[in-house]
Ligand binder design. Structure first.
Ligand code: ZN
Ligand code: ZN
Length: 308
């Protein structure tokens, strides 16, 4: 399995249906699990997909509509029962911190893990998590209430050493990191060995953008420009474009327009209304604009990788 995967746990919209669960995803980056939205059923879906509670370190909430966050109290209570250790950070708005911390104090006073909150400003784009190899940014979306999307971006990777030449030049271990970062090597008698002799190019870095509930807004293409994988809500097909606008949601065609204009690698549609019995129409309409489109479904695992 690759080191950067997206697991779809729920891809329905607000009204519960028998076809889809409410919004929830888990990004698995080198074994670290980061949940994106936490609709009802999140904890059972984690079990079903074999995603370990102990590896969950971050939960990013896009907005405070129930279909995106009502799974949180149940999940956190269960984590306490399971005696999860370490820490868990919930990234949400100030209102969310107030609400969830009260809930947790009520339902789950005795915790085995440290629960932290990171307050997100829904009006600004900014880095919300900075790991050694990956950053997560939030960016504003246009919905009926404050709402953000999330952008997971791998940092540039190191170049690969050519082992034979490292041994040939007897390069000290202390210099290997600098060489992997692009430095040349200078031998004790002053000869410069250029970096491109000692290394081969780094693997490409991959990126994933999650666009939660939003009305179509063309400016979004700039924010998600060039990502390898884009998830964009597609609550409706073209037949309900008026409803999409009135309710601050998008159609599949609009999601595809964002994908095309942003030049992304691939598009995943989700947040489907329960008014449809299948996603066939969404797919057909989106693929007419952006062919590399798939529909999300519960249990789907997608590798996030760069094809550039
Ligand atoms: Zn929603
Ligand atoms: Zn919403």
């Amino acid at each position: 399995m690759s080191e950067f995967n997206l697991n779809i746990l729920g891809c329905g919209s607000a009204t519960p249906s028998l076809r889809h669960l409410p919004a929830c995803q888990v990004v698995d980056y080198r074994g670290q699990l980061m949940m994106v939205d936490c609709g009802e059923g999140a904890q059972l879906s984690m079990r079903r997909l074999g995603l370990k509670f102990s590896r969950l370190g971050h939960i990013f909430i896009s907005h405070l509509h129930g279909d995106h966050c009502l799974g949180l109290p149940g999940l956190l209570s269960t984590l306490a029962l399971h005696q999860k250790g370490g820490s868990l950070t919930v990234h949400t708005f100030a209102d969310g911190v107030e609400m969830f911390s009260r809930m947790m104090d009520f339902f789950c006073r005795e915790r085995t893990f440290e629960l932290k909150f990171n307050v997100i400003d829904p009006t600004k784009r900014g880095v919300v998590l900075d790991l050694p190899s990956l950053t997560v940014e939030s960016f504003p979306l246009r919905h009926r209430v404050p709402c953000v999307g999330y952008l997971f971006r791998e940092k540039p990777k190191q170049r690969h050493l050519v082992g034979d030449l490292v041994r040939f030049y007897n390069i000290p271990v202390s210099q290997l990191k600098a060489i992997k970062d692009g430095a040349d090597f200078v031998t004790p008698d002053g000869v410069v060995v250029p970096n491109d002799r000692l290394t081969t190019p780094a693997d490409l870095s991959a990126s994933y953008a999650y666009c939660s509930d939003t009305v179509y807004s063309p400016q979004l293409a700039e924010v998600v420009r060039g990502v390898d994988l884009l998830y964009h809500e597609a609550t409706y097909a073209d037949d309900s474009a008026h409803k999409a606008r009135a309710r601050f949601h998008s159609t599949a065609s609009e999601a595809a327009r964002i994908a095309r204009d942003a030049g992304v690698g691939a598009l995943v549609l989700g947040h489907f209304s329960n008014a449809y019995n299948s996603e066939a129409r969404h797919l057909e309409e989106a693929r007419a604009i952006f062919p590399d489109t798939i529909a999300a479904r519960e249990g789907l695992v997608i590798e996030v990788r760069s094809k550039k």
